[in-house]
Design a protein around this ligand. Structure first.
Ligand code: PLP
Length: 334
């Protein structure tokens, strides 16, 4: 990770790292100011923490994003206030794969040493390079299960010398920031997973990029399928698409029957029948957002998998469309 041993705090995963970072800063520096800047497209482990802090008297600016799901440095600049204490922006969006301009934001923020910069890097590790030290990052969240490590373990990077309010009090482990006996087997598993990432290096990222391209080109030729993930400046392992008119859940189960496991929205927080907050933020219409699916590519996927998936998708969409057409129009309510 390019940081010192003392800057690594072991946690139970991305959710805990995000909570510890955001609330830790909020509670520690509330006398300095109570304003936090974040974006409309954060994972709930950031977004809902900010909502909770609003309930505790903090003011939060949720920055809008462009059609590709990207926040601009200018938006951060405009939102800055004398009472801003924290800026929290994710590295890679978990629904779209969009990469945020972390380096630019972090470098601009360097002129405000009292405004801390947190990055939720859960989706980026091993997929999109990020240099913590160059990017002016004070706090960064990592989760092991996103890079083939065990579930329920993660890291919070905390810049040396930075003091945050601990959420857990007790035996003073992890520099007093996260008391509680560490989950050693899981930490060892995570360390091994990081070493494997290092060994694979950029070869795996390039391989995933090729699979992503094959998938994108295949979907683009399918009638009625819309790719929501932007074409450039995105992570190689996430592809979001919509099939307007076909309910995401129905398509998901049809694909599942053919052996393909994909998800609607974020795999770890799927709520049915609500359009995705992220897709709504980029201006996608409700009907299109309700029919969106997220495909994740991983280490075990091959070009043959993509070919078979595209075939299965085409078949499922065609069967479902025919079925929908045969249904009688809904009766009008009196
Ligand atoms: C961007 C992002 N942040 C945070 C999390 C939560 O991480 P964890 O499941 O380790 O708590 C996820 C999970 O998918 C995520 O995608």
């Amino acid at each position: 990770m390019g940081c010192k041993e003392s800057e690594v705090i072991f946690t139970s995963g991305g959710t805990e790292s995000n909570n510890t970072a955001i609330k830790g800063v909020a509670f520690q520096y509330q006398n300095r100011g109570k304003h936090i800047i974040t974006t409309q497209v954060e994972h709930p482990a950031v977004y809902d923490v900010c909502k909770q802090l609003e309930g505790l008297g903090f003011a939060v600016t949720y920055l809008p994003v462009d059609r590709e799901g990207r926040v601009s440095v200018e938006a951060v600049q405009k939102a800055m206030r004398p009472d801003t204490i924290l800026v929290s922006v994710m590295h890679v969006n978990n629904e779209l794969g969009t990469i945020q301009p972390i380096l630019e934001i972090g470098q601009w923020l360097k002129q405000f040493p009292k405004v801390l910069f947190h990055v939720d890097a859960v989706q980026g590790i091993g997929k999109v390079p990020l240099r913590i030290k160059d990017s002016g990052i004070d706090l960064l969240s990592v989760s092991a299960h996103k890079f083939y490590g065990p579930r329920g373990v993660g890291i919070l990077y905390k810049r040396e010398g930075l003091i945050i309010h601990p959420l857990m009090m007790g035996g003073g482990q992890e520099g007093g920031v996260r008391s509680g006996t560490e989950n050693l087997p899981a930490i060892a598993g995570m360390a091994k997973a990081i070493r494997i990432l290092e060994e694979l290096g950029s070869v795996e990222m390039i391989r995933l990029q090729k699979l992503n391209q094959q998938l994108r080109e295949g979907i683009a030729t399918m009638e009625g399928c819309v790719v929501n993930t932007p074409e450039s400046n995105t992570a190689p392992h996430i592809m979001n698409l919509s099939v307007p008119g076909v309910k995401a859940e129905v398509l998901l189960h049809a694909l599942e029957e053919k052996g393909f496991l994909i998800s609607t929205k974020s795999a770890c927080s799927s709520k049915v029948n609500e359009p995705s907050r992220v897709l709504t933020a980029i201006g996608i219409e409700r009907d299109c957002a309700l029919s969106s699916l997220r495909i994740s590519l991983g280490r075990e996927n091959t070009p043959d998998d993509i070919q078979q998936f595209l075939k299965a998708l085409e078949e499922c969409v065609s069967v479902l469309r025919t079925y929908i057409k045969q249904q009688p129009a809904p009766a009008h309510r009196k």
